[in-house]
Design a protein around this ligand. Structure first.
Ligand code: SF4
Length: 191
């Protein structure tokens, strides 16, 4: 039987102990940078806003439930208010009529924020290459991580979330004020 790989701090039924960031340790002290400490806090307290319009949303529900237990990643608190969330998870077919609503939700979220596109429909329109379906949410908002599949399995969703956590942990505190980020938002005509 192969040995199961367990991500540190995510074992089910055990208290979650998050690994410390890189730093200097000695007798009775531990020192790290402010950036790493904030990255650690952001990484382990993501509040997702589930923007679910169809079947991928149902798959996400199973990812949230007891078997896959997303709360191991500090994410049991779903937020349905954009002002109190920092991870927009878009799951399902997005009709062109829905695109301005999605954009509005995105703009109402405070910085720093990340976007996860779950499944073929949200990422590219999926099989619905029709006049009414948006052919990928990145036509209206910037996306950080894409999860392929129709629908993606919960393991894939967890993998996507781990990638978002990696981005959150390692993001420079100055990134949101950088010219590069400003240019990205300008490209999407977001102030
Ligand atoms: S990607 Fe597949 S499962 Fe997900 S919303 Fe589209 S059709 Fe449904």
């Amino acid at each position: 039987m192969s040995e199961k790989t367990i991500i540190p701090g995510t074992e089910r039924g055990k208290p979650t102990i998050v690994a410390p960031p890189e730093g200097h340790t000695g007798s009775g002290f531990f020192a790290t940078t402010v950036e790493q400490a904030i990255g650690l806090a952001r990484k382990n307290s993501l509040w997702p806003l589930p923007f679910a319009t169809s079947c991928c949303g149902i798959e996400f529900m199973s990812t949230m439930s007891a078997h896959y237990d997303l709360s191991r990643f500090g994410m049991e608190r779903l937020s349905f208010s954009p002002r109190q969330s920092d991870l927009l998870m878009v799951m399902g077919t997005i009709a062109k009529k829905m695109a301005p609503v999605l954009r509005e939700v995105y703009t109402q979220m405070a910085e720093p924020k990340w976007v996860l596109s779950m499944g073929a429909c949200a990422s590219s329109g999926g099989i619905f290459d029709s006049y009414s379906v948006l052919q990928g949410i990145d036509r209206v908002i910037p996306v950080d991580v894409y999860i392929p599949g129709c629908p993606p399995r919960p393991e894939q969703v967890i993998d996507g979330i781990l990638k978002i956590q990696e981005l959150a942990a390692n993001e420079s505190l100055r990134r949101r004020y950088s010219k590069e980020y400003e240019d990205l938002l300008t490209k999407y005509k977001i102030d």
